[in-house]
Design a protein around this ligand. Structure first.
Ligand code: ATP
Length: 914
């Protein structure tokens, strides 16, 4: 007796110690105190309190000190710091202090703004919380993955990201891609049988690990570990590390800024040698002048301002429901020239409703509000339905409810809603309206097995027991697919009248309705499993067709028009029927004359022919994910920059291939989201257009920041260089140059990061992706504006001296002139193609006004405040005699640049074209 107790305890201890993958499924359930109906809500809450949320510990964010230190870690700043050091060593304390002030001010602004940008990016990542399907209280529910607890029953389907470590209880064709864990990119097959206790991670076939992706199949498993206790948590406590804010453009600009700094250093050395050796300056004096040149010319604020510009763009996109997963997309979006979009849910509302039902015995019209089970099903021809027609309708509705994974739920506030696929929800509402109660039917004919829907084979099938011990299968799917498999219509022995049924399909589809066929087949007694062969062998009995309406989104219609005005081609690539796709395409206003190319036709085309078709056609129907991939490649071969939407696990390759892969936030699988650059929080086409709008704005602002910074820096430097070369008095001292830089670099340059979109941003063609950022135009602007700055400076200098002003007064006037020119140029640069001389242009934005206001106050202090006069050798100016010419110089610059813009517009438009 004692013996057997001990043995029992030992066995218990062994089982307790055995790892999950070595335990039979029932034993795992028992050990977790779980039941096949799932946990109860209260128990789940208790366990959540005990185990904590199911998330990996966040990576240590960079500390504030480290972030501040990083602001100083770049060549531009190093050069400035070195100049400050040498300047101080030479005893020029004021100059050294001002250089340091420029550096510190710049670092502080960079620190604050980048900190805000990082916070915003973190918040945006937080918007992508994954969800999981669980059984709780015996019902299927969708919860946030963070709420999972050990013992929860989780349902997995293709495309899901496994939300926690699971011991599988049921698995059907389950293959999981475990690259995140094992590095193995080929999906591994999973089953429910226990494996040896010592099996390595990759061989634990009865476990599904958190963070891996379901490639195919369906499964149910019990959660054995969450959060940091999962295998993923164990191997990496660092996951979700903060991604640095960088994009190819930013990298390119950083490289450019570094090169520019080297060029400036070389130039400064040359000027130094010239001033000292040729012009006979004292070495120290020459050196200080050259420090002025270097500090003036180095665009020290540029890298930080560009980063901030990008971050603001990302934040604006998130506010419009477009969540960027990879930052480079912020700039690629602005160059998109073709958007390939799904139809269902993206262009349409995905609020499905059955409008028509067609059986062999009669056609019906279906009405009712939303997904409510109440409504009417009346004969399409009017009058009363015959008893045969009624019976056929009942059988049809019953099948529609059985071959169905959705559930309808009534919410006291929002009314009836679908849990699952809206199309299946609409079928449930239809069944209820036809008098069949879905829940009762599901109890009466429980599901024995199922073949899940897959976009490649376009049907779904379920197996149910019949009352008499036999079984039957119900199949629903795309009509062409199913009609070809049907031998006859239900209730008739005659062979199926295929042309007549095809005509019915066409008639429904031509109205933009999505058509679905439903069929059945008797299965041998005792059948317990369903294989694709059972369906695809043919011999089905057709029960009927349903036509579902799914109206286009109003905002999508407007967004399609916006995109077309912006020179972006919108193409619909849908799994739906050609006629349905064509009808919806016309409703949303796609171009291409309503021509539709089907997946079958795509298959018959070679690469060259496909490229032609891809270019000309805007509607692709019955297309599978492989076709999407081929279409992206064809469009890219034609030089297009493609944004492509997708939601299924098989869409991942096309999303990865497109320049901007766009996944659906709501109905998209985790696999699609992982592959995408951008996720739409609202699944809405209009959001893509909004993101492109923001992407273009960001690119414009980047250009504006550069177009403002380089010539203003260039102008200051050129003024000193010219004076040295010509051997004339410096029109401003090095320390005054430093003052200008300190005042304007942040207060004026940064405001351009906040610029709103120009009115024409969606009325011009996409930018050529090959066009370099530092274009010929920019070079021309740098030369033109730098020269105008120099002329302005020397002009005012001469003017004040001619009026008998002292050297100090003339230099004070020059400092003010350069600042006024910078302000004038800021207003000019705000509109790149359009005139700046409008009310909108004059009023500026809040950041612009704050920036200009600050600069004006500082300049007044510079000119009139005695302490600053002492430091910078400035003198008070006559507001009229000196002030007016200075303001006139600003106005003249603005005017000249307006003329330049006008001429350039004429030039670009070309004679006879504009
Ligand atoms: P889009 O690609 O624009 O989202 P879609 O939703 O029609 O279009 P798929 O989901 O690939 O594309 O569906 C293709 C076809 O498969 C549908 O037109 C329909 O006939 C059929 N189908 C879709 N869902 C189911 C389902 N749950 N059960 C059976 N058949 C389905």
């Amino acid at each position: 007796m004692r013996d057997s107790t001990e043995r029992g305890e030992a066995a218990g201890r062994a089982a307790q110690a055995a790892p999950w993958h070595a335990l039979p499924a029932e034993e795992a359930l028992r050990r977790l105190g779980a039941s096949p109906a799932g946990l109860e809500g209260a128990e789940a809450a208790r366990r959540l309190a005990e185990h904590g949320p199911n998330r990996l510990p966040a990576a240590q964010p960079r500390g504030p000190l480290r972030r501040l230190a990083e602001q100083f870690n770049n060549l531009l700043i190093h050069v400035l710091l070195a100049s400050a050091l040498i300047t101080a060593a030479l005893g020029h304390w004021l100059d050294a202090a001002v250089i340091l002030a420029v550096v510190v001010l710049n670092a502080i602004v960079g620190f604050i703004q980048e900190g805000r940008a990082e916070q915003a990016l973190d918040a945006i990542r937080g918007m992508l919380t994954p969800h999981a399907s669980v059984l709780r209280d015996g019902r299927r529910r969708t919860v946030e993955a963070t709420e999972l607890v050990p013992g929860d029953l989780v349902l997995l389907a293709a495309g899901d990201k496994v939300p926690a470590d699971l011991r599988l209880l049921r698995a059907r064709g389950l293959r999981v891609e475990e690259a995140a864990l094992t590095g193995e990119s080929v999906p591994v097959e999973k089953s429910v049988e226990p494996v040896a206790a010592g099996a390595p991670l990759g061989d634990r076939a009865c476990l599904a690990f958190s963070g891996t992706l379901v490639a195919t199949g369906q499964a149910e498993g019990v959660v054995v570990a969450t959060g940091a206790a999962t295998e993923l948590g164990r191997i990496s406590a660092m996951l979700g590390a903060v991604e640095p804010l960088t994009t190819p453009l930013l990298r390119q600009m950083n490289i450019f800024a570094r090169r520019l700094t080297l060029v400036i250093l070389a130039l400064s050395a040359a000027v130094f040698a010239f001033a000292w050796l040729v012009r006979g300056y004292a070495a120290e004096e020459a050196f200080m002048a050259v420090v002025g040149i270097a500090v003036a010319a180095i665009p020290e604020g540029l890298p930080a301002v560009l980063t901030i510009t990008m971050a603001i763009g990302v934040r604006r996109m998130a506010a419009r429901n477009a969540i960027l997963r990879r930052l480079p997309a912020v700039e690629t979006l602005g160059a998109v020239s073709v958007i390939c979009t799904d139809k269902t849910g993206t262009l349409t509302r995905n609020e499905m409703a059955v409008a028509a039902a067609v059986t062999a015995a009669g056609s019906f019209e279906v009405s009712g509000a939303g997904y409510a089970p109440h409504g009417a099903v009346a004969p399409a021809a009017g009058g009363e339905a015959s008893p045969e027609a009624r019976a056929a309708l009942a059988g049809f509705a019953c099948a529609a409810a059985l071959c169905n994974d959705a559930a309808l739920r009534e919410d006291p506030d929002s009314g009836w809603a679908v849990e699952g696929d809206p199309m299946e929800g609409a079928l449930l509402a239809f069944a209820a309206r036809a008098g069949e109660e879905p829940e009762a039917l599901r109890r009466r004919f429980p599901r024995l097995d199922a073949i899940p829907f897959d976009a490649r084979h376009r049907y779904m099938a379920t197996l149910h027991p019949d009352g008499d011990g036999a079984a039957f299968a119900v199949v629903k799917g795309a009509p062409e697919r199913l009609l070809a498999l049907c031998a006859c219509a239900h209730g008739g022995d005659a062979a199926l009248d295929l042309p007549a049924w095809q005509a019915r399909v066409e008639a429904l589809a031509a109205q933009g309705q999505r058509v679905l066929a439903i069929a059945t087949r008797r299965m041998p007694a005792g059948a317990r499993a369903l294989a694709p062969g059972d369906v695809e062998a043919g011999g089905l009995e057709l029960l009927g067709l349903v036509g579902l309406i799914d109206p286009p989104r109003e905002e999508a219609i407007a967004a399609v028009a916006d995109c077309q005005a912006a020179g972006i081609r919108v193409k619909m690539i849908t799994g739906d029927h050609a006629a349905t796709a064509g009808a919806i395409a016309r409703q949303v206003g796609l171009q291409g004359g309503g021509a539709v190319v089907t997946g079958q036709e795509i298959e018959a085309l070679d690469e060259a022919a496909l490229r032609d078709r891809a270019r000309e056609t805007d509607v692709f129907a019955r297309a599978s994910p492989e076709h999407k991939l081929r279409l992206v490649e064809a469009l890219q071969a034609e030089g297009a920059v493609v944004a492509m939407t997708g939601d299924g696990v098989n869409d991942a390759p096309a999303l990865k291939r497109a320049e901007v892969g766009v996944a659906m936030g709501r109905k998209g699988t985790e696999a699609a989201k992982e592959a995408a650059e951008m996720v739409l929080a609202d699944d809405n086409f209009a959001t893509i257009a909004a993101a492109v709008h923001e992407g273009r704005t960001v690119y414009d602002n980047v250009q504006k920041v550069i177009a403002w910074t380089l010539p203003t820096n260039g102008g200051e430097a050129l003024t000193i260089i010219a004076a040295i070369l010509l051997g004339v008095t410096l029109p401003l001292t090095p320390v005054q140059i430093l003052w200008i830089n300190m005042v304007t670099a942040v207060a004026l340059g940064l405001t351009l990061a906040f610029e709103p979109a120009e009115p024409d941003v969606m009325r011009r063609p996409p930018r050529d992706p090959r066009e370099p950022l530092l274009s010929g135009f920019l070079l021309w602007r740098v030369i033109l504006v730098s020269t105008l700055f120099m002329l302005g400076a020397f002009g005012i200098f001469a003017l004040v001296e001619a009026r008998g002003g002292t050297l100090e007064t003339a230099r004070t006037a020059v400092v003010n002139t350069i600042v006024v020119l910078e302000i004038a140029y800021l207003f000019s640069v705000r509109y790149q193609r359009m005139t700046s001389l409008t009310w909108r242009g004059a009023l500026g934005t809040r950041p612009v006004l704050i920036g200009v206001g600050t600069v004006v106050l500082l300049q007044l202090a510079f000119t009139y405040a005695p302490p600053l006069q002492m430091l910078f050798a400035s003198r008070p100016l006559d507001p009229i005699a000196d002030g007016l010419p200075i303001l006139a110089a600003g106005a003249a610059l603005l005017g000249l640049l307006e003329i330049e813009k006008h001429l350039r517009r004429r030039l670009v438009a070309g004679p006879g074209r504009g």
